[in-house]
Design a protein around this ligand. Structure first.
Ligand SMILES: [Zn+2]
Ligand SMILES: [Zn+2]
Length: 291
């Protein structure tokens, strides 16, 4: 039972971290685009997507900003008429059709990819029902962490929905994003650390599409090694690493910055949660068992 996973070839490039979900005064964010760019650049991020609600931030808009070395990724958050979806690496605004499958299809017919946003935002209603996530085809992943939900009704985490989808055979990547709106306190909560060989916005989008990244809220993964069905993960600062299989079943725990274990015979996928100090995590993407 060989494993399919996105970390097969981590050579010749570098790790860059960045956030794909940030609002500005062009929609309901409190800060001008330049102030948002300056904040993320000052945190040492390598890339950023401004994701205003139904407002496309294009390469032409980027040209009006001073981003320094921060790679700016074009996109927006499809918002009107239904569950919110990030259009990452967009070349245009797609129509916000009520049936979200039409939005996903339009995104896939244009440039970029679709990520389901804040799956456990529960204010007034479930903003991204599991039934919809099961029904939709063609989105690349979901936010397993959305920072702004930390101060709203619901849970910032959505690993529960991720496991239910993965256990049903779906191959979806997990993302961690700020969804920053406020001038203070919303920034630097969650990001994706991406292995990039082409140091450009297009290179980041390509690496994300292939899953060559891990979402994080503060734990740094140093190495991911796979030998047959044996997996070894080393981190800088995890206190505990949990190995999980179908529907979130925990099959191995290491109270350590490193874990090494074998994939259980009955697993269809495994993934790892690296828990750090306070409320910090890194989540690996799934390793899928091919049968
Ligand atoms: Zn949203
Ligand atoms: Zn948002």
């Amino acid at each position: 039972m060989p494993l399919t996973h996105p970390y097969q070839d981590l050579t010749g490039g570098q790790w860059l971290c960045g956030n794909l979900h940030a609002h500005t005064t062009r929609s309901d964010g409190e800060r001008e685009p330049q102030a948002v760019v300056d904040d993320y650049a000052g945190r040492g991020h390598g890339f950023l997507m401004i994701s205003d609600h139904d407002i496309f931030t294009s390469p032409d808009d980027h040209a009006t900003l001073d981003a320094g070395d921060l790679l700016l990724i074009p996109g927006n958050e499809v918002t009107r008429n239904g569950p919110h979806m990030l259009h990452v690496g967009a070349d245009r605004l797609v129509e916000p059709h009520g049936p979200r499958q039409l939005v996903i299809d339009a995104i896939n017919q244009s440039q970029g990819f679709c990520v389901a946003a804040h799956p456990n935002w529960q204010e007034a209603f479930d903003h991204c029902p599991l039934a919809s996530l099961r029904e939709w085809q063609g989105y690349l992943g979901i936010e397993v962490y959305n920072g702004v939900i930390s101060r709203l009704q619901g849970s910032p985490y959505a690993t529960n929905k991720w496991d239910m989808l993965l256990a049903s055979g779906r191959r979806l990547w997990g993302f961690a994003h700020d969804d920053s709106h406020a001038a203070q306190g919303d920034t630097g909560l969650g990001w994706n650390t991406v292995y990039v060989t082409d140091n450009s916005a297009a290179g980041v989008v390509d690496a994300l599409q292939h899953g060559r990244f891990y979402p994080s809220t503060g734990v740094m993964i140093n190495s991911i090694q796979v030998d047959g069905t044996r997996i070894r993960i080393t981190t800088d600062n995890a206190r505990r690493i949990i190995a999980l299989s179908d529907l979130g079943r925990r099959f191995h725990t290491a109270d350590n910055a490193t874990i090494e274990c074998d994939v259980p015979d009955d697993a269809t996928y495994v993934r790892f949660e690296c828990w750090g100090d306070g409320e910090t995590f890194a989540w690996t993407q799934p390793f899928f068992v091919d049968r």
